[in-house]
Design a protein around this ligand. Structure first.
Ligand code: ADP
Ligand code: MG
Length: 710
């Protein structure tokens, strides 16, 4: 436990908890985000204001007290060398002054500051030395024993825990030999294979590198370890899942053909290939675990419909889960269109609505029914396809023979929710698990997909239906803003609808927002309604609205009552409003390219010309936006963003729960592929990890800590 080694204030304890740091190992695995170049060693006589320096000498005074006026705690140490003396003053972390006593030797590292003609070092690093370094050569020749490191690690700070706190705390743990006590989870052969340092070495190198290459090698090891562990977790999940039995679902080729022929359009080549791959999976007695990844508008729904059709024909039931009520409604309707002539009952289950198709009265419409009635029909198999929101994973929902689970916009659901839904098909009398088809439109780089979705097989839908015109994308600066509003008015008058996306919900400080020119959805909604589009009905949508209000606004937009929807990026998820052909993105430079692309996808829904206006004031970012304007493919954009701005820039980087160091690996395809191959191989030979207890323990630890292992 960290608290066994340090005296911690209550607030520091809270801060450690916030970072998820509990054990000494956790702290040792808290890595610097960067290193500062070595400070110039200086004699006190030679100091100049503004320079960051290191001075070495004898402590001649120590004082801890309170500021004369401010009454805030202040620590002071006076250091003397052969040429003069200088004060170090701590306004924070006053306890640092207590690390040394008069008569000790010490090294101070900090910035030379001046007040009233007197020089001092403000909040410097301080280190006690056993003796003064050999005064003959350089101060640093005698590196063997000296505690001085030439590269200064800088740790990510948080309230109540500064970089210096981490530096000293970790240093102490290393000095106590705690790193040596840790067991390296990675097998020695594996380390040897990739020329990676062992755990202890890597810990020492990452926290106190003698040279930059030490840190680089150490970071590489931890990056590999993290990706390998995620892969191992996924590989194990995959084996566990696939070792369970599943129903064989096969669809005779001519039945498939007649299904395809009754669709309102011919399939794209990519849709055709995806359907074939899925049908092959379904025909096996082991459950499918497949991810269908396709750009917005690539037509995933019909692929899902084909899989659902195969299941229903084989006498199985299908659960189709989507993140919002509106999406559930839309999919319900497109399923009805896809199955119009096939005489199949379809149900809709959301928090507020229960429906059945066809209605008793007419074979072409659906009708509201009671929840109890709907659940009864699902339980006895009379409604073989049930589409809904998270309500599908409630205990009340029972199935007769659930054979296929489809999850749309799967990134919106956690692994737990996925497993709950899949788990619903299983009964004591019937051990089979359903096949799983997951779908997503989030274009992410291949390395990230391979890592995060290591438990799934990947199918890409990399072709848009014919006749789609690319969204005309233009960069708009302040100069062309009003001309652009006029263009939008013309489209609106022709009956079109528009989205206007703002980076924030409301401005915490209106003046600041004004100065930075950051539009907030609330203020912008008022301004546009009053000054720009007084003749049109506007709506406001953001994440802080109650779910019901959100649904209401969205429903009005879908119905065309609202012409202009002012929103934050909550509209990202796959709502299909065919009549909306304009999207304006305010502060476009603040969004990641993949996210901009997804937003743009909102209007790529019909064969009519659609427009995306990227409003920006920030000229340095314009090359990125230009790239977006010229590229239509989401995957290319994601790769470009990753290479240009690093993984942190990818939309949702945090939600994936990969650390900054792990993200370094994501840039390296070779490393990701190696980690994946190693993980799969190891699980093949040792699925229970019984011969790798350290790996099992480490996975267990992470499972209880980290979100990405859920
Ligand atoms: P997404 O992949 O974003 O979920 P959808 O399944 O919602 O895409 O499809 C977007 C639109 O394209 C829908 O209106 C759908 O009917 C239409 N569509 C899908 N496949 C084809 C196709 N092969 N030819 C023409 N239109 C298609
Ligand atoms: Mg979709």
């Amino acid at each position: 436990m960290i608290s066994d080694h340090f005296r911690l204030t209550a607030r520091q304890k809270v801060a450690l908890g916030r970072l998820g740091l509990v054990t000494a190992e956790d702290l040792l695995r808290y890595f610097p985000s960067r290193y500062e170049a070595p400070a110039k060693e200086c004699l006190i006589r030679d100091l100049t204001v503004g320079e960051t320096v290191r001075v070495i000498g004898e402590v001649t005074a120590v004082k801890v007290g309170r500021g004369f006026k401010t009454k805030l705690p202040i620590g002071e140490v006076t250091l003397t060398d052969t040429t003069g003396q200088i004060k170090a003053i701590w306004f924070h972390q006053v306890y640092l002054a207590k690390k040394v006593f008069v008569g000790n030797f010490a090294s101070l590292r900090g910035k030379v500051t001046e007040r009233k003609g007197e020089f001092y070092l403000a909040n410097p690093e301080i280190e006690r030395l056993e003796r003064l370094p050999d005064s003959s050569g350089s101060l640093f020749t005698d590196a063997g024993e000296s505690e001085l490191v030439s590269l200064q690690p800088v740790y990510p700070e948080t309230r109540d825990l500064s970089s210096a706190w981490f530096y000293h705390a970790i240093k102490k743990l290393l000095r106590l030999g705690l790193a040596q006590k840790l067991l390296d989870p990675l097998p020695a052969e594996m380390l040897a294979r990739y020329h990676l340092p062992a755990l202890v070495t890597a810990l020492v190198w990452i926290h106190s590198p003698r040279q930059e290459s030490d840190a680089v090698v150490a970071r590489k090891r931890f990056a590999f370890e993290e990706i390998f562990l995620i892969q191992l977790d996924r590989a194990r999940r995959r084996v566990t899942y696939q070792n369970q039995p599943a129903h064989r679902i096969s669809l005779p080729p001519d039945t498939l053909k007649s299904f395809i022929e009754q669709l309102p359009f011919p399939l794209t080549g990519a849709q055709d290939r995806a359907i074939k791959a899925i049908l092959q999976d379904l025909a096996r007695a082991e459950p499918m675990a497949r991810l269908l990844e396709g750009d917005v508008g690539s037509g995933k729904t019909v692929v899902a419909a084909a899989a659902a059709y195969a299941a229903v024909r084989a006498g199985d039931e299908v659960a189709y889960m989507v993140p919002t009520e509106i999406l559930a409604q839309q999919h319900f309707e497109s399923f009805i269109a896809n199955f119009a002539q096939l005489n199949i009952n379809i149900g809709l289950l959301t928090g507020s609505d229960c429906r059945k198709f066809p209605s008793k009265i007419s074979p072409h419409t659906h009708t509201a029914i009671s929840r109890a009635q709907l659940l009864k029909w699902v339980a006895n198999g009379e409604i073989p396809i049930l589409i809904g929101t998270q309500t599908l994973i409630q205990k009340k929902v029972r199935w007769k023979r659930l054979g296929l689970v489809i999850i749309d916009e799967q990134h919106r659901f956690g692994v737990m929710q996925r497993q709950r839904l899949v788990g619903q098909g299983k009964k004591a009398t019937q051990p089979a698990v359903p096949h799983l088809l997951s779908m997503t439109a989030t274009p992410i780089p291949r390395t990230l997909a391979l890592t995060l979705y290591g438990d799934l097989d990947l199918t890409l839908l990399d072709e848009l239906p014919p006749g789609r015109r690319p969204v005309a994308t233009a960069i708009v600066t302040e100069k062309t803003r009003s001309a652009t509003y006029e263009k939008i008015k013309t489209e609106l008058k022709a009956g079109r609808q528009a989205y206007i996306i703002c980076p924030r919900i409301d401005a915490p400080d209106p003046l600041k927002a004004l100065a930075l020119n950051v539009k907030s959805a609330k203020l912008e909604y008022e301004r546009l309604a009053r000054e720009v589009f007084p003749d049109f009905q506007l709506g406001l949508l953001h994440g802080k609205l109650k779910p019901d209000d959100k649904e209401k606004v969205m429903a009005d937009f879908v119905a065309g009552k609202i012409k202009i929807l002012v929103a934050t990026s909550v509209v990202e998820v796959g709502v299909n409003v065919v009549n909306a052909t304009i999207i304006v993105i305010e502060g476009a430079e603040r969004f990641g390219l993949a996210q901009l692309h997804q937003l743009r996808g909102r209007v790529a829904r019909s064969s009519d010309q659609a427009y995306c206006y990227l409003f920006t004031t920030d000229s340095p970012n314009i090359p990125r936006l230009k790239y977006l304007a010229s590229t239509k493919n989401g995957f290319e954009l994601a790769e470009y963003d990753l290479s240009l701005r690093g993984a942190g820039a990818l939309a949702g980087a945090k939600q994936w729960g990969i650390s900054d160091i792990g993200m370094e690996a994501i840039k390296n395809l070779k490393m990701v592929e190696a980690a994946r191959a190693e993980a799969r191989e190891l699980i093949k030979i040792d699925p229970e990890l019984s011969r790798h207890p350290r790996l099992a323990t480490r996975l267990q630890t992470l499972a209880t800590r980290d979100i990405h292992f859920e």
